[in-house]
Design a protein around this ligand. Structure first.
Ligand code: TYD
Length: 136
């Protein structure tokens, strides 16, 4: 599946002098039902996360605080996305190799996922990813 399916989605933002509010509804603002939420925090400066792909998992990545980059690779091309707003998120289609880097101090990366955790869904070897991605 080409990289162009992976895009920044703008979330609703209810601006309020008491503090802004955004929300995400599964099947409405993200194109899948949300089965799991996880988050990365206390990421030391210079650390990288990711370095894997998922066979079937759909994900939506939001910088809840601070900023970081997500580099997506569909086996043919790569694209770097900078996430730095809690009302924007990146939709990541299955079979995308992803690397997360350039974390700011205090960054919180929240990920909404279409299914529960399963190690069987991971591809952690880049050459295996390339051979699977270029077959499909
Ligand atoms: P991993 O997905 O490799 O981290 P990242 O892509 O953010 O660098 O997960 C790191 C570890 O955490 C791995 O041992 C699996 C475990 N884990 C869970 O148990 N449940 C989860 O929902 C996730 C995302 C990871």
């Amino acid at each position: 599946m080409p990289l162009k399916n992976c895009q920044i989605i703008n979330l609703p933002k209810i601006s309020d002098p008491r503090g802004n509010l955004s929300f995400i509804e599964g099947g409405q603002h993200v194109p899948f039902d949300i089965q799991r939420v996880y988050y990365l925090y206390d990421v030391p400066g210079g650390s990288d996360r990711g370095s894997h792909a998922h066979k079937t998992l759909h994900q939506f990545i939001v910088a809840m605080s601070g900023s970081f980059d997500v580099v997506l690779d569909d086996g043919k091309e790569k694209k770097r996305f900078h996430l730095n707003r809690p009302y924007n998120g990146l939709y990541v289609y299955p079979m995308m190799w992803r690397d997360l880097d350039n974390f700011s101090s205090g960054a919180v990366c929240m990920v909404l996922a279409s299914s529960h955790y399963s190690e069987d869904d991971y591809i952690r070897d880049y050459s295996q990813f390339l051979s699977l991605a270029n077959k499909s």
